[in-house]
Design a protein around this ligand. Structure first.
Ligand SMILES: *Cc1c(COP(=O)(O)O)cnc(C)c1O
Length: 354
């Protein structure tokens, strides 16, 4: 691998990889041995480094802690069938990272630094990429405002970090969701399309209320009229209505999911009809009444697809049929899994092999 970016590496003395039981992984529990760090100051990115994973020391006035200038990405590297490791759709994640950072007035790391930082880090911690079906090495690049000054202002200093950790397959069990018409996640003109920390913090309370009512997640509706479906929890949402894969169109209140895009592409190439168009709550109700809806699921990097079993709309729990291996979601999920692990050819240029 020929790198343009000069990354200083300080290797960990002892790897902790042997302390992990890869057959009993939990999401978010383990981190790999190293992390990438680069600071932005005086109008430019400084010397990038890879160092042993360690705590940060933060001045309490650090701007990110007060005014929420934080942006992250969530991506995965997969252990291929032949043992190599593959980082999935690195450029698409980078482009979204930059859009998120721009919206939050934050400095964006150069593309080579992002790509080469990830490649070098994953290469170094390759042993942490699990091989169990559905598992992956989760990659978490993020930037936060690191200037220590407690007045309200756009930070002039940032820190870009990447750390990684092995994760199992998530959400096998179908979930129950509730159409939310009181609280909203995002509004027109807001930050819904950006992967910024505040979007998550603001979503917790309505999600907590939904959990108390026996649901796993909320189905967010638009912020203006609460008439149109937007996302499912922190995932994009897809439906199969009249044998067509339907998902709401991208907007400034919907996050441009890499999984959403990948699944739409794969469904199209498997000759399914796909539509990106507004889906109203009324249409959902009608499609349950006339049995036109056969599938509903969330789409995101963490779980790939999160099958939905129940949708609560205006006091009624509507049930979806059980899903088997022939359901559209499982077919496209399985196709995606095969491409990412090298069992099927990657004709899209999505894989970045180390
Ligand atoms: C990250 C995220 C998604 C899913 O995006 P992927 O790139 O598929 O992981 C969807 N919605 C929201 C709000 C998100 O933050």
């Amino acid at each position: 691998m020929e790198l343009i970016t000069d990354i200083k590496v300080k290797e960990a003395k002892h790897s902790k990889v042997h302390e992990v039981d890869f057959n009993a992984l939990e999401f978010g529990k383990y981190v790999a041995d190293h992390m990438f760090i680069c600071d932005y100051a005086d109008g430019e990115w400084q010397q990038p480094m890879i160092a042993p994973f360690a705590n940060l020391s933060l001045n309490p006035a650090t701007l990110a802690l007060h005014y929420g200038q934080t942006v992250f990405e969530g991506m995965k590297a997969f252990r291929m069938h032949d043992g190599r490791v593959n980082i999935f759709r690195i450029e698409k994640h980078y482009d979204r990272f930059v859009r998120s950072l721009d919206r939050m007035c934050m400095a964006a790391p150069p593309k080579e630094m992002f790509i080469e930082g990830l490649m070098k880090l994953v290469e170094l911690d390759k042993a942490w990429a699990p091989g169990q079906p559905g598992s992956a090495l989760y990659l978490r690049p993020f930037v936060y405002a690191s200037e220590a000054k407690f007045g309200v202002k756009i930070s002039e200093q940032y820190r870009f970090i990447i750390f990684t950790g092995p994760v199992p397959e998530l959400y096998a069990k179908p979930i129950k969701v509730k159409v939310e018409t009181n609280y909203v996640r995002a509004v027109k003109g807001g930050t819904g399309f950006a992967k910024c920390g505040g979007n998550y913090g603001g979503a917790y309370y309505p999600t907590k209320l939904a959990r108390e009512q026996g649901y796993d997640q909320v189905l967010w509706t638009d912020g203006r009229e609460n008439k149109f479906i937007e996302e499912s929890g922190m995932m994009n949402v897809m439906f199969v209505i009249n044998d067509t894969l339907v998902t709401p169109p991208l907007s400034d209140s919907i996050l441009d999911g890499v999984t959403r895009d990948s699944l739409l592409t794969l469904a199209g190439n498997l000759d399914y009809k796909t539509e990106e168009r507004p889906v109203s709550v009324e249409e959902l109700e009608a499609s349950f009444r006339n049995k036109a809806i056969t599938e509903a699921f969330g789409a995101g990097t963490a779980a790939v697809v999160a099958p939905i079993q129940t949708i609560h709309i205006n006091g009624i729990d509507y049930q979806l049929p059980e899903y088997d291996a022939d359901s559209l979601m499982n077919k496209i999920k399985s196709k995606l899994g095969k491409i990412r692990t090298g069992l099927e050819e990657d004709i899209y240029g999505w894989n970045c092999l180390l």
